[in-house]
Design a protein around this ligand. Structure first.
Ligand SMILES: Cc1cc2nc3c(=O)[nH]c(=O)nc-3n(C[C@H](O)[C@H](O)[C@H](O)COP(=O)(O)O)c2cc1C
Length: 218
């Protein structure tokens, strides 16, 4: 693949509920041939811990353990350990949430797109104000200023007018607001299919071919 950044995806995991979306998305990205630039906020790690029971070291997360996590309610097969290990060592670059020296903090480092999944209201607000108070917000700001794709996956309910204003502001600035709101029209038969719905819509935005859900009319 040409080195114009088209093979690079940035994924930030922040402290909104829905760790399973991030885990399934990471798994899908590891199965692709893309280079994955991953960062996790401390609150993101805390919520993953709360929702999965995994202790995530925000400085040096055990990615094999994280991506291999399958909840009790899920019937998804665990990823092949050897393939996953190879994918992680060859294609996943982990960046610490407070490291501004890292490539994804600069617009000169080319990428295809960035996803914040799940995206907390706090991160949403920081990006909407171009605050750049951590690497997640800075990398998102870079994607906006460079007019590259930025996909935000907020999870909150109900939504305050402030959150709605932030979302509107971000949408006007070019971000894609893709709330973790699964549809129920694709033959839902399990919680997995609800997770897959959201992950599939994110992959579509990243132009990553996938057949995680039955598509309407196809
Ligand atoms: C268990 C748990 C669940 C949370 N769920 C949400 C949520 O669904 N949406 C949200 O916006 N914030 C949620 N929060 C609050 C955020 O984690 C908090 O605002 C934090 O400051 C976000 O920091 P970050 O954006 O740097 O990750 C949750 C916190 C905890 C501990």
């Amino acid at each position: 693949m040409p080195d114009n950044g088209e093979n690079r995806i940035v994924l930030a995991i922040t402290g909104a509920s829905g760790a399973i979306y991030a885990i399934r998305l990471l798994d899908a990205l590891c199965r692709s041939d893309l280079e994955i630039h991953l960062t996790i906020s401390p609150s993101g790690a805390a919520v993953i811990g709360e929702e999965t029971g995994l202790a995530v070291d925000v400085r040096k997360p055990n990615l094999i353990e994280l991506i291999s996590h399958v909840p009790k309610w899920s019937s998804v097969a665990k990823p092949d350990a050897a393939k996953l290990e190879t994918a992680i060592s060859q294609r996943v670059r982990f960046h610490q949430y407070d490291d501004y020296m890292t490539p994804i903090a600069s617009g000169s480092f080319r990428t295809r797109a960035m996803v914040v999944c799940p995206c907390s209201g706090s991160t949403l607000s920081g990006i909407a104000r171009a605050a750049s108070t951590n690497l997640v917000q800075r990398a998102a700001e870079v994607h906006l200023k460079e007019h590259r794709k930025l996909v935000l996956v907020p999870r909150e309910t109900p939504l305050s007018s402030i959150a709605l204003e932030n979302m509107h502001r971000l949408s006007v600035a070019g971000a894609v607001l893709l709330p973790a709101m699964p549809g129920w029209y694709h033959g839902v038969d399990s919680l997995d299919s609800l997770v897959d719905f959201v992950v599939s819509r994110i992959l579509d935005q990243l132009q990553i071919d996938n057949s995680m859900i039955a598509r309407w009319g196809e």
